[in-house]
Design a protein around this ligand. Structure first.
Ligand code: TYD
Length: 144
């Protein structure tokens, strides 16, 4: 998995005089089945979230309200995404270190996830993450 696998995905937006409606369908708009939904809100100014990677979990993050930045890092390259609309989101692949920062007041981050909460799927130490990325890369190189 590389940073290029992480991308902004536009969602359908049904607009009428009564307001807008957006929807997300598993395997149609995002490349996984949704098993869990959670959301971040009331994040105090200046606070950051994330600072971890997942071994297998796929996620899709949407700024339902307000805005925030997501800084992604695959161990080799970093990329910053600014999320500020409810009709697009960011797909985050497994083995991607993420930091959520720059939350506006009233920001709500909705996360659609490919699996239930599993503590053992987390990598919370950046040095261990980098080591795992290198190990996987050299393993792949040897197989070729
Ligand atoms: P964490 O994933 O570290 O949050 P963030 O990356 O946004 O800073 O989760 C914070 C706490 O919430 C941690 O104790 C685990 C718990 N948690 C659950 O119990 N279930 C969940 O689905 C999530 C996402 C977190």
């Amino acid at each position: 998995m590389a940073i290029e696998d992480c991308k902004i995905i536009s969602l359908p937006k049904i607009v009428d005089s009564k307001g807008n409606l957006t929807f997300v369908e598993s395997r149609r708009h995002i490349p996984f089945d949704i098993k869990r939904v959670y959301y971040l809100y009331d994040v105090p100014g200046g606070e950051e979230r994330g600072e971890h990677a997942h071994k297998t979990l796929q996620q899709f993050m949407i700024a339902m309200s307000g805005s925030f930045d997501v800084v992604l890092d695959d161990g080799l390259a970093k990329k910053r995404f600014h999320l500020n609309r409810a009709y697009y989101g960011l797909y985050v692949s497994p083995m991607t270190w993420r930091r959520l920062t720059n939350f506006s007041s009233g920001a709500v981050c909705l996360v659609l996830a490919s699996d239930f909460y599993k503590v053992e799927d987390y990598i919370r130490d950046y040095q261990i993450f980098v080591r795992l990325v290198k190990q996987r890369k050299s393993r792949r190189g040897r197989k070729r």
